[in-house]
Design a binder for this molecule. Sequence first.
Ligand code: FE2
Ligand code: FE2
Length: 285
Amino acid sequence: MPLDGLNRRNKRDAQKARRPIPTVRRMDFDFDDIPKHWFGNNAFATHVSNGLHLLFPDGERFFVRSVRHYLGQIQDPALRDSVEAFFGQEGSHAREHQRTFEILKSQGLDVDKFLAAYRRFAFEWLEPKFPPSMRLAVTAAAEHFTATFAHGGLTTSDLDDAHPAMRALLLWHAAEEVEHKSVAYDVFMEVDGRYSVRAFGMIAAFLVISGLWTVSALSLMRDDPDVSVARLVKDYRGMEVPGNVGSFRMLGMLVDYLAPGFHPDQLDDYQIARDYLASVGRLEA
Ligand SMILES: [Fe+2]
Ligand SMILES: [Fe+2]
């Protein structure tokens, strides 16, 4: 093997070695008494976050399907163990986020209409149009997307104003997204690895997720009788971290993903996730 290729391979192996096998945790958050505008009484921030609750369960099941398709082709036993843990973690995330649907319904928000349209568009119409390699590339890119948000949630005060139970849900999810952030990427590199497919996966994931997230948040804002456009504008202006600052931060990380030598472990934040999980007594299952 040429030296260049060998160096690349050694670098990749060293990167893989940094990722511990993720831990699957069963959680049962206490969602009683969540106020309607649970993000510091800020309706804009609340519905942007609620929009994510709506996207996660079905989105994470798609991630699992996309990776499971290649399970038989994964040669590296450590990666296979990580993949099994990835399935378990995403299953737990889907379950806990799905529990928030009942809260939103009890607050008078019609989540079923959005969910039905989301499932029809994303998983019945769009998903079959993509070949398996592209679905895996979209998943690897979406995992970078979630890991980017997770890193922000764990390292800034952005979630300080959220209701404690919602904050605990989002930070637990964030920590586990960091724990398994390179799993889908490593599967993609093992079974395909083409740069063009990886880059297309990122562009598709970015467009689909940002589009769906915008629609989910807007549908919740529209359905909320306690929210006016004036209130939304006021709440948006009152946010400590305006959405556009977060978007710029995120855009920078998305550009990183398109670099030819990118690997998720180049940002080594595993200890940050472990520190958070230890602080809430959940480092072990
Ligand atoms: Fe997740
Ligand atoms: Fe994930």
